[in-house]
Design a protein around this ligand. Structure first.
Ligand SMILES: NC(=O)C1=CN([C@@H]2O[C@H](COP(=O)(O)OP(=O)(O)OC[C@H]3O[C@@H](n4cnc5c(N)ncnc54)[C@H](O)[C@@H]3O)[C@@H](O)[C@H]2O)C=CC1
Ligand SMILES: O=C(O)C(=O)COP(=O)(O)O
Length: 392
């Protein structure tokens, strides 16, 4: 089996691949792909490609529907880099409150003069700031990162408001009970001194689901004067032109972004970080290990864990002679056609798992025959079947 890395992937993860797996530079030869933030929307995929693992959280760089249509399972690694991002968000809160960046840059301008110590004491007043303790922080999106940020800020003495209409049970359990639960984004906007966004980028006509450009002139107008906005999620959550106006007027005091672009990199009042949220040894290792383990489980057993376009499915390890995995549309009459194909060839099915998610479904069938070439051809011909894999 051949794997291709579209971005550098931590060695400790790649080492989990056994000698059955070989690295390739040729996308057309790859059975599986590992990726971080490389843009994949314009890429074409061959029939050979079976799975893509995003070593990270955000999957907006991957064409999920196109992959589903081609029977390519896309995975991500939920939570594996959350602590890395959390720590940088805390740094962002402090950097936006104290002029650390300005001060550090200023020291560089005086470093060759004599008496730097005296100059520092004389000039430091221009970089004085505020403390975060006692201030109100609004967290929009309480997933792996949002929960860690909310809890950490709370422990640093901030009063934390949290908003997430789709919060998972796990996140709700992990959230400190000191976090003030609010039911609308407006409650965050009107109450908070700092607002940090931790949702995926979602484009949707329902404004409660949509997150694209959710920080815009309308939402900013509802915020406190001098609010500080932090964006460690995706640049498109914030409307750049509107933030420019708000920074100029002082309505927004600072905008901290981990996703600088042509516009924001040039704006005064922006603290631009070069997408470093997940760039720690620990996060890179965690993501790579989780991605490779999930890919191996899919390739070797047909199990799906943490997919973002197909249902999760745990069929365990195959103990019979053969295992066939079918990626198909979630439409009526599929299972009877599958079982019919096996019975027509007199092949006994010993176990079967079927899962669905939205428009797509996944069926794993364990059989007592070891040569299943004929049945695979039959299954592939069924209308609604997107891919058939012989797992064993
Ligand atoms: N700066 C960086 O290096 C990194 C950035 N990210 C970004 O952060 C995002 C969040 O990451 P995780 O916390 O790991 O993901 P997650 O999936 O654990 O959490 C996302 C949360 O957002 C919530 N959500 C979705 N739509 C919402 C809406 N309309 N309003 C309020 N809440 C909503 C979900 O219910 C979920 O709880 C990723 O999608 C990615 O874009 C993630 C990792 C690293
Ligand atoms: O996991 C995410 O969503 C990230 O934004 C991290 O991206 P990266 O893997 O550092 O290119």
């Amino acid at each position: 089996m051949k794997y291709k890395c579209l971005n550098p992937i931590a060695e400790v993860g790649l080492n989990i691949f056994t000698e059955q797996y070989e690295k390739t530079d040729d996308m057309n030869q790859a059975d599986i792909v590992l990726v971080r933030s490389a843009a994949m929307h314009e890429m074409e995929f061959t029939d050979n490609l079976k799975a893509i693992a995003r070593a990270g959280a955000g999957v907006n760089n991957i064409p999920l529907d196109k992959c589903a249509e081609q029977g390519i399972v896309v995975f991500n690694t939920p939570g594996a880099n959350a602590n890395g991002v959390k720590e940088l968000v805390i740094a962002g809160l402090v950097m936006a409150s104290r002029d650390i960046v300005g001060g550090v840059n200023w020291v560089q301008t005086i470093k060759d003069e004599t008496g730097v110590g005296k100059l520092v004491e004389k000039g430091k007043g221009q970089f004085a700031g505020k403390e975060i303790e006692g201030k109100k922080l609004g967290v929009i999106g309480l997933g792996a990162i949002g929960v860690l940020v909310a809890n950490a800020a709370n422990r640093l003495g901030m009063e934390v408001y949290g908003y997430d209409p789709f919060i998972s049970v796990d996140s709700a359990w992990n959230l400190s009970r000191d976090i003030i639960h609010v039911k609308s984004r407006d409650d965050i906007y009107k109450n908070c001194d700092y607002i940090t966004v931790h949702t995926p980028l979602v484009e949707h006509e329902d404004p409660n689901i949509n997150t694209k450009e959710m920080i815009n002139s309308d939402s900013i107008a509802k915020m406190k004067d001098g609010v500080i906005i932090l964006n460690f999620a995706r640049d498109l959550l914030v409307k750049d032109d509107d933030i420019a106006v708000a920074l100029k007027s002082g309505k927004v005091a600072k905008y901290v972004t981990d996703f600088p672009n042509d516009k924001t990199a040039n704006m005064e009042g922006v603290i631009a970080i070069p997408h470093l949220g997940a760039s720690t040894e620990e996060s890179e290792d965690n993501c790579a290990m989780m991605a490779v383990k999930q890919l191996r489980d899919y390739m070797e057993n047909g199990n799906i864990r943490n997919s973002v376009n197909y249902p999760n499915c745990d069929a365990g390890v195959c103990t019979t002679a053969g295992r066939i995995a079918i990626l198909h549309r979630n439409i009526p009459n599929m299972l009877s056609q599958f079982t019919g194909a096996f019975s027509a060839l007199d092949i006994n099915i010993s176990d079967m798992v079927n899962k669905s998610r939205g428009e797509y479904a996944y069926t794993v069938i364990d059989v007592e025959a070891s040569d299943n070439t004929e049945v695979v051809a039959k299954l592939t011909g069924i209308k609604g079947v997107l891919k058939v894999r012989v797992v064993k």
